[in-house]
Ligand binder design. Structure first.
Ligand SMILES: [Cu+2]
Length: 146
């Protein structure tokens, strides 16, 4: 009888402990990201455009790896502001035309198909469970696809 009631409580405790540290959601510890290409305000031949990022202070690993501070992967938000996903919230997995997960190699770049015109790609770092990290902070690049 008691065993039955204990299980959910232990689960709740585990979740609380996990959210405190292991999720990598602790306050900013530095780290930075920079879009290497395309350059800001550049004109890029389309429809496929490679966006490449330089990352410091976060070790890029495969999505789904055990949660570990200082590890995670990148996301490319296509014409979606970083603020659409709050720090700690999960980056949607089912909207691949708006949220591209770089949870497999190559970890620092993705090719995406874009329509002609101006686009803004925002790079957002998340932990191994796809939850947005506070740092490194998101970076954006705006360019025109021809
Ligand atoms: Cu992800």
């Amino acid at each position: 009888m008691n065993g039955r009631r204990r299980a959910p409580r232990l689960l709740a405790l585990a979740l609380v402990l996990a959210s405190m540290g292991a999720l990598g959601l602790s306050p900013a510890k530095g780290g930075s990201m920079k879009v290497v290409s395309p350059k800001a305000h550049a004109t890029a031949p389309g429809p496929k455009v490679m966006v490449q990022v330089e990352v410091r202070g976060l070790t890029l690993v495969a999505a789904g790896s055990p949660l570990k501070d200082g590890e995670g992967h990148l996301h490319f938000f296509i014409d979606v502001p970083a603020g659409n996903v709050k720090v700690g919230a999960m980056i949607p997995l089912d909207s691949t035309t708006r949220y591209v997960h770089a949870g497999k190699e190559p970890f620092d770049r993705r090719e995406m198909e874009l329509t002609p015109g101006r686009h803004t790609i925002t790079v957002v770092a998340a932990n191994n469970g796809h939850q947005r990290l506070a740092s490194p902070r998101p970076v954006s690049v705006t360019f025109t696809v021809k």
